[in-house]
Write a protein that binds this ligand. Structure first.
Ligand code: PLP
Length: 394
């Protein structure tokens, strides 16, 4: 797509490669299913999936059937796990497109039974405490009895989802209880030769930290099985534990824009809607070509900063739909407005990496916007083109 406005999300495939290699090295021979739902956490699912395949990834996780179909129709050959529920029509689409249903209810078993014209492999999801999706733990025996020697359905795996993965390193917290429940379920399903998957980024990062600390304790819930892993956030370079040191992850997305214009703002004047910022001194304000219409949170009005020429420039006033303004007075010292405005396309980093490898973390912005990095990444809007760099290194 031709880009007239130079606002885009740069997706660094080498950083994605790095994050995946970290996982492959730490967990060889484990079921590994990177989550590329929600447009690859905002990074662009098709491109990412095709790149992940090149790195040897064999399984990919999506939420919606629609997301899986998009990948299939764009040449993704990997096994695609569809985590969201489905009806009869959905079951048909899953089977016809060679995807794997993650079955969460009796109705879904019935839907598969009705439409399957060959034996289909499924994973079965158990709700071990989150109270969102999945069979109840107590139903495990009944589910086994229904699916054992089933003419049309073959269970390959059982799984669950941690709801406070941050505590997975502890032996008597919610994650430990969830994993113990799944372990019991896997014993019921033993004769089917199933494997188990359960760990999201928080679970994985906790396990990595334990490995790093030399813990090797088969009685610890995180280590009682080689739990399959379903990393989402961490492959995009952020730590759901808020510990960027664990795993040495590299953020993949840099949200970039340019200065549209510089303006002189006299002391006492205000900037933007609602006059929520008043210049305390004569200032230079840069108008940046990005706003909440692009997914930059309005809650960051007067709260965060951008990187401009390697320095932090605070946001002045309310973030608009198409623009935000930043105070660059200290950064452009000595330059007059005319010469500043003559320099076109001066880069502004909203989050991610600047040219000198300074990182403005989406985590930091997320905290200021009272949200999480997941939302910062997935909020980046459709009108922001994704531009891919790197990807040659394997
Ligand atoms: C079923 C399932 N597995 C794995 C993940 C990945 O989680 P995270 O991004 O925290 O690694 C998600 C994301 O919410 C999920 O819904």
């Amino acid at each position: 797509m031709e880009m007239f406005r130079k606002t885009f999300a740069e997706i660094n495939l080498d950083n994605l490669t790095h994050n995946i290699r970290v996982l492959q090295k730490a967990f060889p021979q484990r079921f590994l299913c990177p989550m590329v739902k929600a447009n690859g956490y905002g990074h662009g699912d098709v491109k990412l999936a095709l790149h992940l395949e090149k790195l040897g990834i064999e399984n990919l996780g999506v939420c919606l059937i629609e997301e899986g179909l998009l990948l299939r129709h764009n040449g993704v050959k990997a096994n695609i796990l569809v985590f969201r529920g489905f009806d009869k029509k959905g079951a048909k689409a899953i089977i016809e497109n060679n995807m794997t249903a993650v079955v969460s209810s009796w109705e879904q078993i019935e839907a598969l039974e009705q439409v399957a014209d060959k034996k289909v492999s499924v994973h079965v999801k158990f709700d071990t405490g989150m109270n969102r999706l999945g069979f109840r733990t107590e139903e495990a025996q009944k589910v086994f009895d229904r699916l054992n020697n089933h003419p049309k359905i073959e269970v390959k795996a059982v799984c669950t989802h941690l709801y406070i993965g941050e505590n997975a390193d502890e032996v008597d917290q919610t994650s430990a209880h969830q994993l113990q429940r799944l372990n019991k379920i896997s014993e019921i399903f033993k004769s089917m030769n199933v494997f188990c998957h359960a760990l999201n980024s928080s679970g994985i990062l906790n396990l990595m930290q334990m490995q790093k600390d030399g813990v090797n304790d088969a009685s610890h819930p995180l280590m009682m099985q080689k739990w399959g892993i379903r990393p989402g956030l961490m492959i995009y370079g952020y730590s759901s534990l808020g510990r960027p040191d664990v795993g040495d992850l590299k953020p993949v997305m840099t949200l970039k824009s340019v200065v549209n214009t510089f303006r002189d703002v006299k002391a006492g004047e205000t900037v933007s809607y609602g006059a929520r910022w008043t210049a305390k001194r004569d200032s230079v304000v840069a108008v940046v070509s990005i706003g909440y219409g692009d997914g930059y949170h309005r809650l960051l009005s007067n709260q965060s900063h951008v990187l401009f020429k390697g320095q932090k420039a605070p946001i002045t006033g309310t973030v608009c739909m198409d623009y935000l303004m930043v105070d660059v007075t200290d950064i452009v010292q000595g330059q007059d407005l005319k010469s500043l405005n003559a320099q076109i396309d001066q880069e502004v980093i909203l989050f991610g990496w600047d040219k000198s490898n300074h990182l403005l973390s989406a985590d930091e912005l997320a905290r200021k916007a009272h949200t999480i990095s997941y939302e910062m990444l997935t909020s980046v809007g459709e009108r922001v083109p994704r531009v891919y760099v790197g990807g040659e290194k394997r």
